[in-house]
Design a protein around this ligand. Structure first.
Ligand SMILES: *Cc1c(COP(=O)(O)O)cnc(C)c1O
Length: 374
């Protein structure tokens, strides 16, 4: 069976684990956490980063930092993972779902304007597959209407909007290092703070609402409860695993690029003949080859293709399901049709893409997909 995904092990992990174990400092904000944070701040021009146990946790931190309240409205694409919306729901916000573009799953920036009301607090662009959203349009609209921009950059490490790294454009951003993402430590994430006024409070929120940081620095003599917060620090073992990945970040990037381009070349005839749609990368986006997908004609065709590949030992999968139609949210949605989000829910299929995927396996996958369409 060709797996859909397999986490990449660089070989440096054991050495770093040993270092952590002999240091006897296993909790958050230790040496490897600081090394990772410094790496991201230097490489991607992020003002401040905080490693977290997940992207979900980082998104929750953004809602606390922006003081999202019951009744606030937040604009989120319907075609995304649950966590993008759930973090705001936990604060009592109302989610106003936006549609995707016809040509790509990202939020249709031109459709956002009509969704803004007096209650709107934030726009949450999700850079699907590590392909940038139209950030100039989104940021200008946010500025004009006094809204925050929180980038869900879960899939977007190392990707750019024009010359700017994704995650550096919103007020705040959240990344994921889940095992399915380009760079991973099993479960992990990162909050990016691009407006330094949030830094101090973010550290308090990470540390359960305490002034632990000031206490450790000797600035206060008592370690106290000073704000709301939760447990949002990443442990050192995970941070050391992540640091091993960062030593290979450019190799991983190049490998995925080669693999992605090979699929594109091998499957291009499907797009040319109008049989299936391949990923469409806007001119403003420098993507990170996180996902290679096809868009089938309809749900039946996609189900048949998944079954066809499965029978031949290939595990290809569908992805997000429109959140406005989810069991949890459908009764709360305002009833607008979001046809493009629905089409990607029904028709998009992701192909295996990971470091150890061989060229022979890719050839086999492409050959079988072409056979299916013949
Ligand atoms: C993976 C993903 C998340 C969740 O990441 P975790 O680290 O598993 O919490 C959130 N949003 C998007 C768009 C994702 O792809």
């Amino acid at each position: 069976m060709i797996h859909f995904n397999q986490p990449y092990i660089t070989g440096l992990e054991k050495k770093y684990f040993k270092e952590v174990i002999s240091s006897k400092i296993l909790s958050s904000n230790g040496k490897f956490t600081k090394k990772c944070q410094q790496f991201f701040e230097d490489k991607y021009n992020f003002k401040k980063t905080i490693l977290t146990p997940s992207c979900t946790a980082a998104l929750e931190m953004t809602t606390l930092l922006l003081s999202i309240q019951p009744g606030d409205e937040v604009i989120v694409p319907s075609y995304t993972f649950v966590s993008t919306a759930n973090a705001f729901i936990l604060r009592g916000a109302k989610i106003v779902f936006a549609d995707s573009y016809k040509e790509n799953p990202n939020i249709d920036a031109a459709s956002i304007h009509a969704l803004i009301t007096k209650k709107t607090k934030a726009i949450v662009p999700v850079h699907y597959a590590g392909v940038a959203c139209d950030m100039d349009t989104i940021i200008n609209m946010a500025k004009k209407n006094n809204l925050y921009v929180v980038e869900d950059a879960a899939q977007a490490i190392g990707a750019y909007y024009k010359n700017d790294p994704l995650g550096s454009l919103g007020n705040l951003a959240a990344f994921s290092f889940h095992e399915t993402k380009n760079i991973s430590c099993g479960e992990g994430g990162m909050l990016v703070i691009n407006d330094e006024k949030y830094t101090k409070r973010a550290e308090t929120i990470r540390d359960k609402g305490t002034n632990r940081i000031d206490f450790l620095k000797g600035k206060v003599d008592k370690y106290q409860w000073v704000d709301i917060g939760s447990s949002y620090g990443l442990n050192e073992l995970s941070a050391s695993f992540l640091y091993a990945q960062l030593q290979r970040i450019e190799n991983i990037r190049q490998k995925r690029k080669d693999q992605w381009q090979l699929y594109y070349k091998e499957l291009f005839s499907l797009e040319k003949e109008g049989k299936a749609m391949l990923p469409n990368i806007p001119a403003y986006a420098v993507h990170n080859h996180h996902i290679f997908y096809l868009v089938c004609k309809n749900l039946e065709e996609r189900s048949a293709l998944i079954a066809f590949l499965h029978k031949r030992g290939i595990n290809a999968v569908f992805h997000n399901q429109s959140l406005h139609k989810s069991n949890y949210y459908k009764s709360k949605h305002d009833g607008r049709e979001l046809p493009n989000a629905d089409r990607f829910s029904d028709c998009l299929i992701r192909l295996p893409l990971y470091y150890k995927l061989s060229t022979a396996s890719q050839n086999k996958i492409s050959k079988n997909i072409l056979l299916f369409y013949k």
